[in-house]
Design a binder for this molecule. Structure first.
Ligand SMILES: Nc1nc2c(ncn2[C@@H]2O[C@H](COP(=O)(O)OP(=O)(O)OP(=O)(O)O)[C@@H](O)[C@H]2O)c(=O)[nH]1
Ligand SMILES: [Mg+2]
Length: 191
């Protein structure tokens, strides 16, 4: 996909704040620090468009990025951030739930995983939930630059089996591997 334009549009904390237009959206969901915001920057080749941090819990609102004036990529706060006060995490969960369940523009979900970590019950229930909502779903394994080729193949098989998913997109924000495939998957979902 050729990126002609990419812009941050707004941050939302509830549905009344979401963009008021009919463009299709895809959303990124995954653990805190897994690389969701970095993935947006790589996709559009713009360092710093989405704010990233080595400390988990950087993204705290639902952030809408409009690409090529034809679709949105939506960045969510990560879940499972250990040092996060319970009340704050519960607030994020409510926010994410409201978005996933009540957004007609939403055309597909990308679940982002770090292949070095096993998928947990949280990811499993996320898959089940998205299936219940009848939303198309794809998986992205990010930070693949951190693993050797053989280790990545081994870990990919384990995670695929645990989640029973289709072929994941193997991605790295550092090397740019997976950017074209991610673009293709987004285009399929938003077409
Ligand atoms: N080596 C490597 N590091 C990455 C990659 N993607 C992200 N990172 C690093 O991982 C850290 C977290 O990245 P973010 O993009 O902020 O992660 P996030 O999922 O948006 O985190 P939250 O906003 O807290 O949910 C940063 O230090 C990034 O530089 C990658 O593909 N490879
Ligand atoms: Mg983030």
């Amino acid at each position: 996909m050729k990126i002609v334009s990419a812009e941050f549009v707004l941050s939302a904390y509830k549905s009344s704040h979401y963009p008021n237009d009919d463009l299709p959206e895809v959303v990124l969901i995954g653990r805190s620090n897994v690389g969701k915001s970095s993935l947006i920057n790589s996709l559009v080749n713009r360092k710093g468009l989405a704010k990233t941090s080595s400390a988990p819990g950087k993204t705290r609102s639902i952030n809408f990025y409009r690409i090529n004036n034809s679709f949105y990529v939506v960045d969510l706060p990560g879940f499972g951030y250990a040092n996060c006060p319970k009340k704050v995490q519960q607030g994020w969960e409510k926010m994410i739930e409201e978005y996933l369940e009540c957004r007609p523009n939403l055309k597909g979900v990308f679940i982002i995983l770090d292949p070095r970590r096993d998928a947990t019950d949280v990811e499993l229930s996320l898959y089940a939930w998205i299936e219940r909502l009848s939303l198309p779903v794809a998986t992205v394994l990010t930070k693949t630059d951190k693993l050797s080729r053989s280790e990545l193949a081994r870990r990919t098989t384990i995670i695929k089996q645990a989640l029973g998913m289709e072929k994941p997109v193997l991605f790295s924000s550092i090397t740019g591997v997976g950017v074209p495939e991610l673009g293709n998957r987004i285009r399929e979902m938003t077409a």
